[in-house]
Each structure stands twice: as C-alpha cells, then as structure tokens.
Design a protein around this ligand. Structure first.
Ligand code: WAQ
Ligand code: MG
Length: 262
C-alpha cells in the first residue's frame, strides 16, 4: 500500500464522432500517477491517441480523478511465448490453451463464433465460462478495465531480466492481464490488438500466466478484442467494480517466486 496521492488518468479517442455517437474506436489508455507526473501522463496519452495507425481521431477525451483508496501491489503474471505459423495455427493454440485452463470445447466454439460477428469495441466482453453467454449488458462498449500501471524503471528491470522487448504495448497488456487474472472470478482472458500492424495476442489466466501467441490475426486487420471468461457464480457487479475501480500497481522483485501472488 502507498501513502502518496495518486491520480487515475484515462484517455479514449474515436473517429466519426464520440464512441456514444457511433464513432469508430481508435485508441484508449490508462495510467496511475502522482500530481507532479500528471502533465507528462496526459501528454503520453495524447501522443498515443493522436498518432495511431487506425487513423487520426476527431473525438478524444482525457479524464483524471483522484484515487481515494489504497493502491495494491501485484506481481506480473509469468510470461511464455508460443510461435504460430499462421492465423489458423495461432487460434488453434489459443483454443487449446483455453481448453487446458478448463473451458469447455462448446464454450470456446461459441466464443469464436461470437467473435466472427463482432466489431471492435473499446472495452472487454464478459462471457460466462460455463455457458458462453454474454454477462455484461454493455453491448457496444464492453467493460473498460482501468486504474492500473507499472512504473517504467521496474518494468524495464523485469524486461531486461527476461530478455523481453520493453515496449509500452507489452507493459500495458501484461499489467491489464495481471490485474484481471488476479480476481478469482476471472477464469481466462483472450486478447488480440485492434491495431492493424500488431498480430501477437495472448491467453491469460492465473493458472498458467500470460501466454503470448505470435499470430492471432492477419496484418492489416483492424478488428481486435478482449474477452474475459468469467465464473458467473461470483457476484458480477463486484467483479465489474474491481475491474473498473480497484487501483493496482504491478511490481516485480527479482527474488520473488515468479507468479506468486502476495
Ligand atoms: N479494458 C478493457 N478492454 C480493453 C482495454 C481496457 N483497458 N484496452 C483495450 N481493450 C480491448 C478493446 O476492445 C480493444 O479493441 C482491444 O482490447 C485491443 O486493445 O506483445 O495492444 O490496446 O505481449 O489494441 C497484446 C499482446 C496486445 C502484447 C494487445 O491491445 C504482447 C493490444 P489494444
Ligand atoms: Mg489498440
């Protein structure tokens, strides 16, 4: 827990009007920072939203809020990478990882059928891990996970230790997945980017960690998603409130046992 005063900073950008008015989602981002870091955090998010391969937005919103509760620290999930030869191979790997986590074959099939009829939204889709039914009522919005971050020096230390690329994309995805999978209602997460040039995605779970797959879509495809497979016996509103509001910092210590949750 930390005694400093922190702020949550969020950005969302769209093209063709705001998200609410049917605009296409271009980019989103979230950070946690101190008062003195606010200006540079807002700048970083503006940079991210304004210069995006999906296009130049005509709507962008930045919001900041004081975080009025203690921030909890979690270690990053352990990371593993699977090489896929093509999209079919990549998606087969994703399906077999979801199977291994314990999701039924029929639910996985239902999820992939559902995906094939979707447009990119700015949040995550919550599916019942037992039935494959959609749980959140936010059809065109999804649930936006917020209030998470990983301070760059500590992330770089982690990346150097594991010989990983210290990209902000990997950092943001691993922080989000580590927050999401820490909650006992999350059975698994499936993700790939909506950025047309970025084809690596992942399956994440508390059980097996952050399992990257190098090709989950074709280059040029700007459809991306996040699906959380959820234990629907757990209270849904509390789960959504955790995803949206619970402030989490990721912190890695070399001597800690990888993936161990304190
Ligand atoms: N909360 C919920 N859903 C989100 C959030 C969020 N904070 N941010 C993004 N999404 C959803 C939304 O539907 C996006 O369209 C989709 O995820 C993809 O977002 O090398 O870059 O930020 O290990 O484009 C993963 C692999 C990269 C990184 C994922 O996602 C690696 C990525 P993007
Ligand atoms: Mg994106």
């Amino acid at each position: 827990m930390s005694r400093e005063t922190y702020y949550s900073v969020r950005m969302r950008a769209a093209l063709g009007g705001s998200h609410e008015n049917g605009g296409k989602h271009i980019s989103g981002g979230e950070k946690i920072c101190t008062f003195s870091q606010l200006q540079s955090s807002v700048n970083d998010l503006l940079q991210k939203g304004l210069h995006h391969s999906k296009g130049t937005p005509d709507f962008l919103q930045v919001q900041l809020e004081l975080i009025d509760k203690p921030i909890h620290y979690l270690p990053p999930l352990p990371v593993q990478t699977f090489r896929a030869n093509d999209v079919k191979h990549g998606r087969d790997i994703a399906k077999s990882l979801l199977r291994k986590i314990g999701i039924h074959h029929d639910v996985i099939k239902k999820a992939f059928d559902y995906i094939s009829n979707l447009q990119t939204i700015r949040g995550a889709i919550l599916l019942d891990a037992n039935s494959g039914e959609r749980l959140d009522s936010q059809k065109d919005r999804g649930i936006r996970v917020s209030r998470f971050d990983w301070e760059i020096p500590n992330f770089q230390k982690w990346a150097t230790h594991y010989g990983m690329n210290d990209s902000s994309r990997l950092k943001e995805a691993l922080v989000l997945a580590s927050k999401v999978c820490h909650h006992p209602a999350t059975i698994a997460e499936l993700c790939w980017s909506d950025d047309p040039e970025y084809v690596t995605g992942y399956v994440a779970s508390k059980k097996y960690g952050y399992q990257r797959i190098t090709k989950l879509k074709e280059v040029g495809d700007d459809f991306g998603l996040r699906i959380f497979f959820v234990d629907a016996t757990k209270p849904l509103q509390q789960y959504i409130s955790y995803l949206e509001n619970e402030p989490i910092f990721i912190y890695w210590e070399e001597e800690a046992i990888d993936g161990n949750i304190n």
